[in-house]
Structure formats: C-alpha cells, structure tokens
Design a binder for this molecule. Structure first.
Ligand SMILES: [Zn+2]
Ligand SMILES: [Zn+2]
Length: 505
C-alpha cells in the first residue's frame, strides 16, 4: 500500500495539470486564430519579397538570410534550414524506386559500393574541386572543429574517393577499381525547384583506366538507368583535353576574349583572370551572346586526345546514345580532363526552347567526366580515372513531372486485432510467426477498440482479420473473420498457419 500511495498522487497531479492545460488551450484558441492570420499575412509578404528579389546577388542573399535569422530568434517555431527538407514516407517511395534500380544496375555492371565520410579536411576540396571554383569560393560549408582544424561538409564525393584510393592503397588491387556511392552533399546555393542545399548524388567511379570504352561505359550506364526509370535522356558531350591541349586552348580563348573583356559580367571578369575556361559555362545572357562565336575546344585537341574523343563517340554511336558535342560544356570543377558530359531529359520535340540555353531552363539530371590528373596531384601516382553522378533530387522531380507510376509494395492480407491485455501480450510473438511464414500482416497495437481496428483492416483491404480476445487466449484459439462475407470461425492457434495458407491460396 505504501508503495502505491505516491503513485496515485502523481497520477492525480498529472490529471490536474492536464485539465489546467486544457483550460489554457481553450483560452488560447481565439488568440491562436489571430496569430495564425498574422502569420499567414507575414508568409504572404515574405513570398512577395522573394519574388521581387529574384535578381539579387549572392552577397545580397547572404545578407538577407542573416537578417532573417536574426529576426527569427526568440520565436519558437522549428523548421528546417532554408534549402534543407524532410523526406516523408510517401516521398521516399520515389527514392526507393530510384535507388533499388540504380544499385542493382551498378552491381550488374561490376561496381562495388563505397562509403566515405561526410566531413573531410576543407583543403581536400580546395586542392581538387579548385580553390577558384564557385563551389569552393561561395558554396562550401566549411568551419573549424573543436580542435581548430578547418573541415568541410562535402560539396561532392569524388575527392573523398580519390583520397580513399590512395590512403587505403586501392591501387594494389586489380585495376581498374569500380565503385558506386549514394549520399548527401552540401552546397550553400540559391534554393530552387529541385535544388537543395543538402542534395543527394548517386555516382560511379572508375579508377585506373585510360580506355575510351570506360568513358562510354559510364554514359551508357546513365542511359540505361534513366530509361529503366522511364526517363528518356539526352547527352551533351565535350572534351577538355590533357594539360597540353588545354594550354593551347587557354591561349586561344584569352585572345578571343581580350577585346570583349569589359562586356563580360563581373563574375566572368574574375574568371577571365583566374580560369578563363570557366567563362564558357556562364549563364548570363550577355556573356552567352559574346561566346556564340567562341573557338571550339575540340579543334585544339592534341592527336592523342583527339583520338580518345573520337573513339568515345564511336562507342556511343554503336550503343545508340543520342548525344551532341557542346563546346560550352566545361563543368564547374577544376580536375576534369578529356571527356566531360551532362545529361538532360530528352526534348519533347526539336524546337524545345529548354534546350536552347543549356542548363538555364532545365538543370542537368547529372554529369561526369575524366579526372586523369587528380590522383597524381594527390600522390604523384599516375592513375587515370573518371566518374559520373546523378542528381537524385532532380531525377525525383522528373519522375513526378512525368507521372511515372511506382510499383506497389506487397499489401497485407491479414490484420491482427486484439481485445484486452492478455491478448495483446500474445500479439508480437504471433505476428512474428506470421511474418516468418511469409503471411503479410498488419496490426495496430496502439489501439484498444475492436471497432477502430476492424475499420483500419477494412481500409487496408485485407481479406481476413485475426481477432484475439481473452476467451480465445484461454482456449488457445483465434477468430478468423472473412472481411467480405463477415463469416467468422474459431481456429486452434497451432493450426492457424496451415489454415491461413489454405484459405489464402
Ligand atoms: Zn591532349
Ligand atoms: Zn558571365
């Protein structure tokens, strides 16, 4: 008795507290309504501001977000950071659809899964992705950890894989090694439809091959995977040559841009000084106008690089890949050499305006290329390599836009309902027996009312409900109720599985 007393007190205290809160809540309802209206108004205004400021610069965006964060402080309304999002179960069905197909295909092409950390030393990306690239200059989430080491959330995965290749001595394995990966990357970019600051990539890497057929293998893989998903892809391809032919082209493009320098956008004026090749993929319409008559990279390739590129194209034609050479394709990363490519949803017809300005109207579904000098720059070892990545967020958008039907999972055929504590105690072991025998069963142990449970069984469209009450527990039986006819039968529990297997056949 003594033990029970304090418990009771606690319970009654709790009840009082609940009552008080309820009263308070009732009072608050009116206030909440007003607050809600106010919030809605604020949200509307926020939307309007967003539209007006679409043309803001990156610096303006950073400043605005800083002020918005300041203004939010003190208000407790948790929400995801801008550009981040939750993937709820109904959304995950699309991801699952993509991932199961992508992983299966990668394995059948002989790729093995690799997993690397999300955090790395910031210098790893500065030395590979390129210190002058937009990704490193503006978008990388970098900070110091508690020991003061400069680290970064990975803006892409390839540098980590190159690091692992050297650190783990993977060059000792039979070459080439072929990996696939899936995971989140982080870039502080302007959020847009299908573009998030935490975005997901599925990708492939081949390390230790200089054969043109490897380039084609990646592109064919992308084609096959997208077609498997129900998306018809279109490929842009280009060659950036080796360091020798790149130097020749660099001189050509500097000569070409020299007189037009002042007409370039401010970003391109900087690019002109730091890495003139980057001017090529500027999305600014004024820059694109100037570039419409730019010398083509493919005309500056040395004999070796030229031959490599031609061979890649031949393999692609043999595999029926629809592609076009695009001289403006340089990709935003420093380490690319030779073949680079990006893929888009194929245009609905030839005049599709989406294709006119590459990447402006429709962001790429993915892309990749060779990085023959990356491992060398890390370790001195000459290891030609190449990779490909899919922008999974973008692909999911495309699946939705095309109304790709998702395959339905296996539906439950029985529903296990319980009445009373004794019955509930038997539910988990019984469920486990059903599961082992491959009988898909649903249940809701958190509900006590039989009516609620049977309604749920009805909504799920199961064929039979299994009902366990205290009488059945005592008799070691269970009620099997036909959900359509309503006919019920008592079955001994030890015969349940064989009985179900017969009637479910
Ligand atoms: Zn070359
Ligand atoms: Zn520009």
């Amino acid at each position: 008795m003594n033990k029970k007393k304090p418990k009771k007190k606690n319970v009654s205290k709790k009840i009082n507290r609940v009552k008080k809160t309820k009263k308070l809540q009732a009072k608050k309802i009116n206030k909440n309504k007003k607050e809600k209206e106010k919030e809605e108004k604020e949200e509307k205004e926020e939307e309007e501001i967003k539209e007006i400021k679409l043309e803001e610069t990156d610096e303006e965006m950073e400043k605005r977000e800083k002020e918005e964060t300041k203004a939010k402080k003190g208000k407790i309304r948790w929400q995801t950071l801008r550009g981040m999002r939750d993937i709820l179960p109904e959304e995950w069905r699309y991801w699952d659809y993509f991932l199961t197909r992508a992983e299966k295909l990668a394995e059948s092409y002989g790729f093995e899964r690799i997993e690397t950390p999300i955090l790395e030393e910031a210098a790893l990306y500065e030395r590979s992705t390129g210190a002058s690239s937009d990704i490193i200059r503006k978008q990388m989430y970098s900070f110091r950890d508690k020991s003061g080491t400069p680290i970064a959330l990975r803006p892409e995965i390839t540098p980590s894989i190159a690091r692992a290749y050297i650190e783990k001595g993977l060059f000792n394995r039979p070459q080439p090694v072929k990996f696939f990966y899936f995971g989140p990357n982080f870039r502080y970019e302007r959020p847009q439809a299908g573009r998030y600051r935490q975005f997901y990539q599925f990708g492939l890497e081949i390390l230790g091959s200089n054969e043109p057929i490897s380039d084609a293998e990646l592109i064919v893989f992308a084609k096959v995977l997208l077609e498997t998903l129900g998306i018809k892809p279109f490929f842009y391809i280009n060659s950036l040559g080796c360091s020798e032919c790149r130097e020749i082209y660099r001189k050509k493009i500097i000569k070409f841009l020299k007189g037009k320098r002042r007409q370039l956008c401010p970003d391109c004026q900087r690019r002109y000084r730091e890495n003139p090749l980057r001017v090529l993929d500027c999305k600014n319409s004024r820059c694109q106008n100037i570039l419409s008559v730019v010398p083509q990279f493919v005309n500056s390739l040395c004999p070796n690089c030229h031959e490599h590129f031609i061979e890649v194209l031949e393999y692609l034609d043999a595999a029926n890949v629809s592609r076009e050479i695009n001289s403006y394709l340089v990709r935003g990363l420093d380490y690319y050499t030779n073949t680079v490519f990006e893929f888009f949803p194929a245009p609905k017809d030839k005049n599709d305006p989406a294709l006119e300005i590459m990447g402006q109207m429709v962001p790429a579904l993915g892309g990749g290329g060779r990085y023959n000098n990356l491992i060398k720059s890390f370790s001195g070892r000459d290891v030609p390599a190449l990779g490909l990545s899919f922008g999974v967020d973008r692909i999911i958008e495309e699946l939705k836009a095309n109304h790709i039907p998702l395959p339905r999972g296996k539906k439950p055929v029985v529903f296990l309902a319980q009445i009373g504590k004794k019955a509930r105690r038997q539910c988990l072991p019984l469920f486990e027996t059903l599961r082992i025998n491959d009988i898909k069963c649903a249940m809701n142990l958190a509900k006590e009312s039989l009516k609620t449970q049977l309604e749920q069984a009805d909504n799920l469209g199961v064929r039979f409900a299994l009902i366990l009450g205290s009488q059945e527990v005592q008799d070691e039986t269970i009620i099997v109720r036909n959900m359509i006819s309503g006919v019920q039968e008592h079955i001994p529990q030890n015969k349940l599985i064989s009985y179900l297997k017969t009637i479910l056949r």
